[in-house]
Design a protein around this ligand. Structure first.
Ligand SMILES: *Cc1c(COP(=O)(O)O)cnc(C)c1O
Length: 428
């Protein structure tokens, strides 16, 4: 059924570490070979063996308009004929900066980079340069890309492989990264008390999506804002996943909580490589060349990525799609809940807008520790059953599912049928 994929995977392993260019793609935690993709359109993704699946990975979040959106494709094609990269400023960079600044409450100035990892890495540097302090606080299970200071208790990929602290990250760097528990404000207060005047930044996924999906307690986020203000600590919302996903202005607009800095990625490139970090002018003015904190990129503000991003964001804005996404996502997860509730299979659903996760546990998942009570062997069986029934999910318990505007009522119905069959097989 997946023969061509397996052959390509075998050969890829001779040329690429583990056969993939990003670890979770290797399907290791579900114990099978990854699918090699030939193309994708709307809500459907096709592998090289000719199988077609309803796609809930959506390239790990960016494809909120569905794959191969005609207007986005046309815009990219037009830009290709004008040149792929100049290494000089363009009007389109100004355009996307304005869209981002208008949409995201905390951002007064913004710098474009090429990935979410670069965005968070740079935001941390700016927070350190701005405050003159070295330590940062992150939350267990939150993932902020693979930069050294942030690869500590980092969820998803690292979590899936049981190696949260990677070799190659110097102990001296890791020492500067303190970890607190998500949804637990006292764990943050304790760290601040013990390191008063030394914390440059608190970085958080306001809606964690890299330990599965965890819903924030809004009071927790509010208190986080209050404490960091009092202590003059830069609060960074990492909205690489939640930005333009849970609402046009991200989690900060949804919950009406304004951080000092924000990192973006994924959706703002509409499938092309991009990232961004921004925040209050007072802070961003310190970034080179207006200030002394160095940050640069040969391909930053790349015309193709920026074009794809502008087109994507303009469509998101004009169609006001978020209510529609909410309704569709609710229909899907409500339907799944109804089916699984009739069995004795442990389960806990978490969903914010069109980000969702089914944990195979009876714990109410509030943080990383709760997430790890999930039965990952059961997940692995579930994943394969869903795949064989035409549904492509992220190949790990600790990832989010995403819904795009192209997921139709019929797709949801088909998914629920596949789910019913899979759950029936699992409970036998
Ligand atoms: C995906 C992600 C990143 C990393 O982005 P890359 O483009 O993969 O480097 C950082 N933070 C969060 C919250 C993410 O979901």
């Amino acid at each position: 059924m997946y023969n061509k994929s397996s052959l390509l995977f075998k050969e890829s392993q001779t040329c690429i570490p583990g056969g993939v260019n990003s670890p979770v793609r290797a399907f290791r935690s579900v114990g099978m070979d990854p699918l090699f993709i030939s193309h994708a359109k709307g809500s459907q993704i096709y592998d090289v063996d000719g199988n077609c699946f309803i796609d809930y990975v959506c390239s790990w979040g960016p494809m909120i308009l569905g794959h191969s959106h005609p207007a986005v494709n046309d815009a990219i094609k037009k830009q290709v004929d004008l040149g792929a990269s100049y290494g000089a400023p363009t009007e389109k960079e100004l355009q996307i900066a304005k869209i981002i600044i208008d949409a995201v409450p905390s951002i007064e100035k913004v710098r474009l980079v090429n990935s979410g990892t670069e965005a968070t890495m740079s935001a941390i540097r700016v927070a350190r340069g701005f405050t003159g302090r070295d330590k940062i606080i992150k939350f267990e299970g939150c993932y902020h890309g693979h930069a050294d200071s942030l690869l500590v208790k980092a969820g998803s990929g690292a979590l899936t492989f049981g190696a949260p602290d990677s070799p190659g990250v110097p102990q001296d760097f890791a020492k500067l990264t303190l970890t607190a528990e998500f949804n637990n404000i006292n764990s943050v207060k304790n760290l601040i008390d013990r390191n008063r005047g030394q914390i440059a930044a608190v970085i958080v996924e306001p809606i964690p999506g890299n330990m599965g999906v965890v819903e924030p307690n809004i009071e927790f986020l509010r208190q986080l804002r209050e404490i960091t203000l009092n202590e003059k600590i830069v609060l960074i919302f990492d909205e690489v996943m939640s930005g333009f996903r849970v609402s046009f202005g991200g989690a900060q607009a949804l919950y009406n909580i304004t951080p000092d800095m924000t990192t973006l990625g994924k959706i703002i490139g509409g499938g092309l490589p991009i990232g961004a970090f921004g925040g209050r002018s007072e802070i961003m003015e310190h970034v080179s060349p207006s200030g002394k904190i160095y940050q640069a990129g040969t391909l930053s503000g790349n015309p193709l990525a920026v074009t794809s991003g502008i087109e994507t964001l303009n469509i998101l804005k004009s169609k006001d799609i978020y209510l529609n996404l909410e309704n569709k996502s609710k229909k899907l997860t409500d339907g799944m809940k109804e089916i699984i509730s009739k069995t004795s299979i442990p389960h806990c659903f978490k969903r914010v807008g069109s980000m969702f996760c089914l944990f195979f546990t009876n714990s109410d998942v509030q943080n990383f520790k709760d997430a790890t009570t999930s039965d990952t062997a059961l997940f692995s069986k579930y994943f394969k059953l869903m795949l064989n029934n035409g549904v492509y999910l992220a190949p790990s318990q600790y990832e989010a599912g995403f819904i795009s505007i192209e997921h139709s009522d019929k797709d949801i119905e088909k998914t629920l049928n596949a789910f019913e069959k899979s759950i029936k097989a699992l409970s036998q």
